[in-house]
Design a protein around this ligand. Structure first.
Ligand code: FES
Length: 51
């Protein structure tokens, strides 16, 4: 899988299907600006923009 994050090309060869996007951004790409608060989809703190 190939995609871009903040204009940086990411090539992911073995994505873990158990990881959320927020977990991937924070822990694999070290983009800790993405926050997780409620962890249940209610507060919107983990919202990211896709285009
Ligand atoms: S942490 Fe994602 S909606 Fe609250």
């Amino acid at each position: 899988m190939i995609f871009y994050v903040n204009a940086q090309k990411i090539i992911e060869t073995s994505p873990n299907p158990k990881w959320t996007l927020a977990f991937y951004l924070r822990n694999k790409l070290r983009l800790t600006g993405t926050k997780v608060a409620c962890g249940e989809g209610g507060c919107g703190a983990c919202t990211v923009m896709l285009s």
